[in-house]
Design a protein around this ligand. Structure first.
Ligand code: PMP
Ligand code: GLN
Length: 478
């Protein structure tokens, strides 16, 4: 190669190298910048992540999480829907509580007690139940169950029926024990059983017809399915009659079938009878503990909140044979210990008055169901008029209604919940100003779909509020 050609060749290569360098410069710069950024981030993240205080707080958070037995717990439907009601201020037919004044004799009694010159009425009372109250309960239930119920050993006064359920379950269910729960069920049964280490086994009540008027009596258990659930591991079955949310009042033959299985498999029956005084038409509340061979294996639960329309007083009780009640007493004394004295005293005075007029027309236990029956009929009619399909309850103060035929009138896509009844009730609260409760909350995970077409409304409400609900639905329909 000539020297000129050599120089040209070198110039050409130099140009190429320069060109490559120029072209690659931005990306090299970019790479460099990225690297620097990454280094900076690493330093920063080191500062953040390696911050010993931060490390400690992460460890603290892990350590302070829910214990294993409570993992997976979420706020209950009550906590969620009370929050929703506070935010949107709907007409609230959701959570079950009366919006009218309770009978004045119980509130007057409480006022008298607050002003009493007996100082002991403001102090701790007997842990297992204020003596005047357990005596009144003993008188009432001895009469109703046809045997002497010992006030001191066979009754426990609790912080609402909730605590009676809790103490019964904690006091009997051991790790690995199976507990049969009838769906739909008052929602706390399942988490309480799990907290005790028990295994819930579910069986659903299902309507046995789909046309015409449906009564709560049409919701039944499959006998063969029930029988299959009982085995040597079964510790307990939880019964709820009159039932929340269906309003079913279990008939004698249904109770006899459950009782026979309890006897056969030596199983306890936890009978939640908080709506014992609210039965309509020809329905009759039968206490399962009165069936042959059942007293010795039944714990029955009641609630002053339901009995005297004072749900905020949170006084309940459990009664049954002493060998079972003593187990509840052990849980109660180590958790709640004793319930408020003035409230127990006021409930006792309320029962004393009712005991004198039991069975007479003036008795609150007679007048309340009569008033409720009118409200029940009013609600059933306005729900039907609006295109919903109610189940007519024989007891309690809730009504389930199938809303599925209205599904095409509303666009529920704005609601993100998994189950349609949650979407529907939230949509209704926000857009129609009417709150109900989504019944899928009353089913175990595998059966939640069974509740999706329904909404639960509460009818122990002032007539004017029921009328407002009727108007809201009427306007919506038109
Ligand atoms: N069981 C059932 C079926 C209920 O509906 C309720 C209502 N909260 C309870 C138990 C608990 O009653 P309390 O308010 O007395 O705790
Ligand atoms: N028993 C009432 C109901 O079912 C209240 C329940 C609650 O507040 N936990 O609505």
């Amino acid at each position: 190669m000539s020297s000129i050609a050599h120089v040209r060749f070198c110039q050409f290569h130099l140009c190429i190298v320069l060109l490559i360098l120029m072209l690659s410069l931005p990306s090299r710069l970019l790479c460099q910048q990225t690297r620097q950024l990454r280094d900076k981030q690493a330093i920063l993240s080191n500062i953040v992540h390696r911050n010993p205080q931060r490390e400690q707080s992460n460890a603290t958070m892990d350590k302070f999480g829910l214990p294993k037995r409570l993992q997976g717990s979420k706020p209950s439907v009550w906590n969620e829907y009370i929050g929703l009601a506070m935010k949107y201020k709907p007409l609230n037919l959701g959570q079950g509580f009366p919006d009218e004044l309770p009978p004045s004799y119980v509130t007057d009694a409480l006022a008298d007690i607050a002003k009493s010159d007996n100082p002991l009425l403001q102090q701790y009372t007997r842990g297992y139940g204020h003596v005047r109250l357990v005596q009144a309960l003993s008188k009432l239930y001895s009469n109703l169950v046809g045997r002497e119920v010992n006030p001191l050993s066979e009754i426990l006064v609790t912080s609402g029926a909730y605590e009676a359920l809790y103490s019964s379950i904690m006091g009997h269910v051991d790790v690995g024990d199976e507990v049969i729960i009838i769906e739909p069920f008052f929602d706390c049964y399942e988490p309480m059983v799990k907290m005790a280490g028990g295994i819930p086994r579910f069986i659903a009540l299902k309507p046995n017809k789909s046309n015409g008027t449906i009564s709560s009596a049409d919701w039944v258990l499959d006998d063969a399915e029930l029988e299959q659930l009982f085995n040597n591991k079964t510790k307990m079955i939880i019964l709820n009659t009159p039932h929340n949310p269906i309003g079913k009042v279990f008939h004698r033959d249904e109770l006899e079938r459950i009782a026979a299985l309890c006897r056969k498999w030596n199983v306890l029956c936890l009978s939640d009878e908080v709506y014992e005084w609210m039965v309509y038409d020809d329905a009759k509340h039968i206490r399962i503990c009165t069936l042959p061979g059942m007293w010795e294996r039944t714990i029955t639960i009641g609630s002053a909140g339901k009995t005297f329309s004072v749900t905020g007083w949170k006084i309940g009780w459990a009664y049954g044979p002493a060998n079972l009640i003593t187990n509840l007493q052990m849980v109660h004394q180590n958790s709640v210990y004793t319930c408020p004295t003035p409230i127990q005293e006021a409930v006792a005075r309320g029962f004393e008055l009712e005991l004198e007029r039991l069975g007479s027309p003036e008795s609150y236990f007679n007048s309340l169901p009569q008033e409720l029956k009118i409200k029940r009929n009013f609600m059933a009619k306005f729900l039907e008029d609006a295109g919903l399909k109610p189940t007519i309850p024989e007891g309690g103060y809730f009504m389930l209604a199938d809303w599925s035929s209205l599904g095409n009138k509303i666009d529920l896509t704005s609601e993100t919940d998994e189950y349609r009844d949650y979407k529907f009730t939230k949509w209704m609260t926000k857009n129609m100003g009417l709150q109900g409760i989504p019944p899928s909350a009353f089913y175990g995970e595998a059966h939640k779909k069974l509740g999706e077409n329904f909404v639960r409304y509460c009818f122990i409400k002032k007539q004017e509020n029921l009328e407002k609900a009727a108007d809201l639905l009427k306007k919506w329909k038109s």
